[in-house]
Ligand binder design. Structure first.
Ligand code: GAL
Ligand code: CA
Length: 353
């Protein structure tokens, strides 16, 4: 199931590269005037840091759905290349984008994007990778749509602590009362990766549970990289590992693939694994008992909020006009996270419908 999905995402990436190569990156049809063909829809220029990212593929789908009949969405795959993304922004502006929705490759590149948009007074809605607050402050037409990164870490920590307390007999293999864990972090410097690592562990400790880190690796949000890491960790630590903490579901699924190869999840051989995102492939694993739980990262609402704000901005309206979203002090819309286990799995299903 997961493999199939990846194949699909890969072929979409190829298709979009072809579109890019022919100069048409629009997911509806763009024109140089910046107007859509159906009823003069305002043009919104958008970039996703890479289409081949499990979670972002769902955000992208939500953006496409929300854009239908509302804006002419010109959506680009930045292929994990910041300089490519900057060129795409130049092209989008040249094509007449009335607002920009940007999922940065490198969170530190926000100022470079603003420097291109600000002289032309083009509003910028950053999403998913949060820029520094000071950068957003420097341009009155810059906003952020995402989450409160620390919240996902705290919830992940609560999920780990609860599962540990309920299953200590089974999970604490060496009976020392401590969790010997390995951690797959995600992209270094990414606010979500940093905050999840910090707050997941601090929350577990605050609950009075001792921990010992056996190993940590970036894994770069990527399933294949996570499988390779987990293979190596199992070879090195084997039975010493008592918990796998993955900062997203893509990496949790990759770790599970490795664990399955090593004979886990059959008979008595078990390993608790947690993730973040609650994407459908992870919900399946939770259902099967191969994953303890995840933390819902609401792709649908983040995609929708991004388009709602970008559409209003493109029409020179107040970004919140006619929407249910709220901005906090740092001009950010923050969609809440929710713990998802087998008990409330429907919450995850509904969010990814
Ligand atoms: C996170 C998400 C990850 C990955 C990342 C990309 O919010 O949990 O799975 O998609 O964003 O920036
Ligand atoms: Ca232990």
């Amino acid at each position: 199931m997961f493999k199939k999905k990846k194949g699909l995402i890969l072929s979409l990436t190829v298709a979009s590269s072809i579109l890019l190569a022919t100069g048409c990156s629009s997911s509806t049809s763009g024109s140089d005037s910046g107007k859509g063909k159906d009823g003069d829809l305002p043009a919104v220029g958008a970039t996703i840091y890479k289409f081949d990212d499990n979670f972002m593929s769902y955000v992208r789908r939500a953006m496409d759905t929300a854009a239908k009949g509302k804006v002419n969405l010109m959506l680009n795959d930045s292929q994990n290349d910041q300089s490519k993304q900057i060129e795409q922004v130049d092209t989008l502006i040249a094509k007449g984008a009335k607002s920009l929705a940007i999922n940065l490759v490198d969170p530190k590149a926000a100022q470079t994007i603003i420097d291109k948009a600000k002289p032309k007074s083009i509003p910028v809605i950053f999403f998913n990778k949060e820029p520094d607050a000071s950068v957003l402050k420097g341009y009155d037409k810059a906003y952020y749509v995402g989450t409160t990164s620390s919240e996902s870490g705290v919830l992940q920590g609560e999920l780990i602590a609860k599962a540990w307390e309920a299953n200590k007999d089974k999970y604490d293999k060496n009976k020392d009362g401590k969790i010997q864990y390995v951690l797959l972090k995600g992209e270094p410097g990414h606010p979500d990766a940093e905050a999840r690592t910090k707050f997941a562990i601090s929350t577990v400790k605050e609950k009075g549970i001792d921990v010992e880190e056996l190993a940590m690796d970036t894994g770069m949000w990527d399933a294949t990289k996570a499988t390779e890491k987990m293979d190596a960790w199992l070879a090195k630590y084997n039975d010493k590992i008592e918990f796998v903490i993955a900062n997203n579901d893509g990496m949790a699924l990759g770790a599970i693939a490795s664990l399955e190869k090593a004979g886990y999840f059959t008979g008595d051989k078990f390993m608790p694994v947690v993730g973040v995102d609650a994407i459908p492939e992870a919900l399946e694993m939770i259902e099967k008992g191969k994953m303890v739980g995840s933390v819902l990262n609401d792709a649908k609402n983040q995609g929708k909020a991004t388009i709602d704000l970008a559409a209003n901005a493109a029409k020179s309206k107040d970004v919140l006009d006619g929407t249910e979203w709220k901005l906090d002090d740092s001009k950010a819309v923050r969609v809440p996270y929710i713990i998802v286990t087998k008990d409330n799995i429907q919450v995850g299903r509904d969010a990814y419908k």
